[in-house]
Design a protein around this ligand. Structure first.
Ligand SMILES: Cc1cc2nc3c(=O)[nH]c(=O)nc-3n(C[C@H](O)[C@H](O)[C@H](O)COP(=O)(O)O)c2cc1C
Length: 316
């Protein structure tokens, strides 16, 4: 811990954190899939106040996603089966990135997915040509169509291969976003680190479902969907704790974060930064608000340097 200011001395807490060799002005990152391509939010959120933003998942070809209904609100959470709808990597580079780059002081992460290793590598090669991306976040929660639908992120060998392949072509640091739908998150974190990840992020959504008892039909057309929001927070926190203990690279924690106390809990569990997803659905300015609230929290709790909290959980 750095020196704690005493008495009533006013001070400005230092919220800066570092992930994958990138300095962020604070640890609050807008999570992938819940913040569009960033530009859609520029009228309501000061993008330059955020630690960073992750754009929605990008693939080689544009995708229209799954048929509706694709969203359903659950107790303290949300189910989604958007199906990774996106405009494709090339259109992102040509149409969205220039507007993002024009904004000063905004750290942009590009989320990448594919259904084969070649998909991931091709998407990254396209994004390599764009300027203004700080790092790639590899979403490994997709079924690998070449391997009969097993998720990349739930098989250690597939994970190793996809990360190594991505690393070989990537001109920027790789953040590997782990799937929580696994038995040992520590093992997957270890595999990602060994394969060359500069950081890991977790958790993605939990496979779940909801049924309408009256109609006897699934609430989501895809039948199963991903659960996010405060409902998953305690599980996400446990997984961040287990993953962070296993690796030396920084961890970006997420899952149900809505308050500055949530941020502090994830950092104590081992996160260097956090991402905020579903909260933006309920309040579009949630991310920026959280930066302000976190500043107040640090002042009130005499936390001079926020990054000192990372891994600070007391267990004895
Ligand atoms: C509607 C929606 C779309 C999402 N799309 C993506 C995506 O494209 N890529 C990805 O890696 N994660 C995606 N996620 C997962 C979130 O980035 C985040 O990992 C997850 O929702 C947990 O955080 P939260 O509880 O704060 O939402 C999506 C989540 C939601 C709710």
């Amino acid at each position: 811990m750095s020196a704690v200011p005493t008495g009533r001395t006013p001070f400005t807490p230092d919220l800066r954190v570092n992930v994958a060799g990138i300095e962020l002005k604070n640890p609050i990152i807008a999570a992938s899939g819940t913040f569009g391509y960033g530009v859609e939010f520029e009228d309501i959120v000061h993008l330059d106040r955020l630690g960073g933003l992750v754009v929605k998942g990008l693939s080689v070809e544009p995708l229209t996603g799954n048929p509706p209904p694709r969203l359903y609100e659950t107790a303290a959470g949300m189910l989604n089966a958007i199906g990774l709808q996106n405009i494709g990597a090339q259109a992102f580079v040509d149409e969205k990135l220039p507007a993002l780059r024009a904004k000063k002081n905004v750290v942009v992460f590009a989320n990448v997915f594919g259904y084969t290793r070649a998909d991931y590598e091709r998407t990254i090669e396209i994004l390599n040509q764009g300027e203004g991306i700080a790092a790639y976040e590899l979403n490994v929660s997709c079924p690998n169509t070449a391997q009969g639908g097993i998720q990349f992120g739930s098989d250690p060998h597939l994970l190793d291969e996809v990360v190594r392949g991505a690393k070989r072509v990537a001109a920027r640091p790789l953040i590997v976003k782990l799937s929580p739908n696994v038995t040992s998150i520590a093992l997957m974190a270890h595999v990602a680190e060994e394969a060359g990840a500069a950081a890991i992020s977790l958790v993605n959504t939990f496979v779940a479902m909801a049924i309408d008892a009256e109609t006897r039909r699934p609430r989501i057309a895809n039948v199963t969907a991903g659960l996010s929001g405060p409902a998953i927070k305690p599980i996400a926190l446990r997984m961040v704790y287990e993953a962070a203990r296993e690796v030396k690279i920084p961890v970006i924690g997420m899952g149900g974060i809505t308050t500055p106390v949530d941020v502090v809990e994830f950092m104590l569990a081992g996160a260097s930064a956090v991402a905020v997803g579903t909260a933006s659905y309920f309040d579009p300015v949630a991310t920026e608000k959280l930066v302000e609230e976190l500043t107040v929290y640090c002042r009130d709790h005499r936390i001079e340097r926020l990054s000192d909290l990372t891994g600070g959980l007391l267990t004895d």
